[in-house]
Design a protein around this ligand. Structure first.
Ligand SMILES: O=C(CO)[C@H](O)[C@H](O)COP(=O)(O)O
Length: 208
């Protein structure tokens, strides 16, 4: 199981400082969608240059023009790029094709997908690398989580790795670990804590 640190509410210098604190306890750094909106793909480039040994995920949440956007994120140094599960099949297939050409990976974010089991089977058959259940901030605010959804995709996905994101904290991590996803994505559960390094270390220990 791998641990991904999601950075959403920071600028580039803050992102670098944050990763420095926890780098030995994480596998992947996510440049979150708000960071890409604020800073552009420069943020991906800056983090990859500062931490060449960590994988960098560009959370573009692609919906269209997938091949082009995967190409640009790859050029910036992203190892993994996200596309939405609600995107057209043609877009997801285009993302996979471009990622393969570039030697990169595609994570499909299943946020807002209604027919989760069926769509997970479909995107799995398209050759994506990760399928991620995700409760976004807006649904976290009304107490939702993705723990049951993780079980759903675990039971139908045959080829891709499984992942979970959205509001995971130290206290809820045991429930996630029980279901054994391949990747656990944590933002505020680390970045919002006073001792980020200690929390990341504890999470790494629980995951392993
Ligand atoms: O993609 C995201 C929001 O759309 C976040 O990166 C993801 O939800 C993880 O952050 P947190 O653990 O704070 O929810």
């Amino acid at each position: 199981m791998e641990l991904q640190l999601a950075l959403d509410l920071v600028n580039i210098p803050e992102a670098i400082a944050l990763v420095k604190e926890v780098e030995e306890h994480i596998d992947i750094v996510e440049i979150g969608t708000p960071v890409v909106i604020n800073e552009g793909l420069h943020a991906v480039k800056a983090i990859k240059e500062a931490f060449p040994n960590l994988k960098v995920l560009a959370d573009l949440k692609i919906m269209d023009a997938a091949g082009y956007e995967v190409m640009k994120a790859s050029e910036a140094g992203a190892d993994i790029i996200t596309i939405l599960g609600t995107a057209e099949d043609m877009s997801i297939k285009g993302a996979v094709e471009e990622a393969k050409k570039q030697g990169k990976k595609i994570l499909v974010d299943m946020i807002a997908v209604k027919d989760l089991a069926d769509r997970a089977k479909e995107v799995d058959a398209m050759g994506v690398d990760y399928i991620c259940v995700h409760t976004g901030y807006d649904l976290q605010a009304i107490g939702k989580n993705s723990f049951e959804d993780l079980q759903t995709i675990k039971s139908v996905v045959k080829n891709a790795k499984t992942a979970i994101a959205g509001g995971i904290k130290l206290e809820t991590l045991p429930e996630v670990v029980k279901v054994q996803p391949d990747l656990v994505i944590v933002g505020g559960g680390i970045t919002g804590q006073a001792d980020k390094k200690a929390v990341a270390a504890k999470m790494q220990q629980m995951i392993n």
